[in-house]
Ligand binder design. Sequence first.
Ligand SMILES: NC(=O)c1ccc[n+]([C@@H]2O[C@H](COP(=O)([O-])OP(=O)(O)OC[C@H]3O[C@@H](n4cnc5c(N)ncnc54)[C@H](OP(=O)(O)O)[C@@H]3O)[C@@H](O)[C@H]2O)c1
Length: 257
Amino acid sequence: MKITGNTILITGGTSGIGRALAEAFHDRGNRVIITGRREDLLEQITAGRPGMAGLPLDLADPDSVRRVQAEVQTCFPELNVLIANAGISRAEDMTAETWDASDAQAIIEINIFGVLRVTAAFLPLLKRQQDATIMATSSALAFVPRADFPAYCASKAFLHSWLQSLRHQLSGFPIEVLELSPPYVQTELTGVGQASDPRAMPVDVYLSEVMDLLERKHHARGEVLLERDFARRWAERDGQYDVIFDAMNPAKKRRSP
Ligand SMILES: NC(=O)c1ccc[n+]([C@@H]2O[C@H](COP(=O)([O-])OP(=O)(O)OC[C@H]3O[C@@H](n4cnc5c(N)ncnc54)[C@H](OP(=O)(O)O)[C@@H]3O)[C@@H](O)[C@H]2O)c1
């Protein structure tokens, strides 16, 4: 994708990686529309940034997606980049008597249907542009899961597969399809603790690496992936899957029934 002169809509632009992407693209001379449910943050982030706009959006609500699509079509018909970044994450203990798959349902609703809904909503507009990009945020956990986040990791594996099909189907159009697969980054995705977890990468450090990869078009197969995550990406091919899975998921003690 070109780095400047775009009109970009970013879902999940109110915090974390989405907000950092919005600010980085805005700093590089792009018109940026951020979306999210927290309207106070939309106002706070866009204040003092001419060329950045905020639109309230709840991805769980198809009507909300339709409203944003209609507003963008009227006010920003030149939109040429969609960054489907919003997502949620929850740990799930499937051994608990109380486990009822409701968290999995919420994750699938936002991480999968949220991405599909915004893509479906904006694709007609993107197809009319000379040069367009769809980038969706999956995760390095798409390649080897952390078993305590089962539906979350599976939702990102879904995106990894689905984006390949989307890229193939759109190969006759001037629409680039990118997959952003972050490692563990200091945001509040799983709660406030993650934002200060020293094992996670600071957002600004991650973003500067991402912008560098995008600027250099250093993303084979459309995968915007840090070099440190290549081992996980290619674990199966390299015969390292079991070793990496076991390192990420310590063995459980056997319980008696
Ligand atoms: N941080 C990591 O370690 C990491 C690693 C790999 C992948 N990722 C992915 O990166 C993306 C961004 O996450 P983050 O880490 O930056 O966490 P974050 O700060 O919690 O950001 C999540 C964003 O999603 C939005 N969102 C959540 N539910 C929504 C809904 N129903 N409708 C509309 N927007 C919604 C939130 O906005 P509102 O609350 O304002 O709606 C927020 O802006 C996610 O897809 C996540 O899975 C993160």
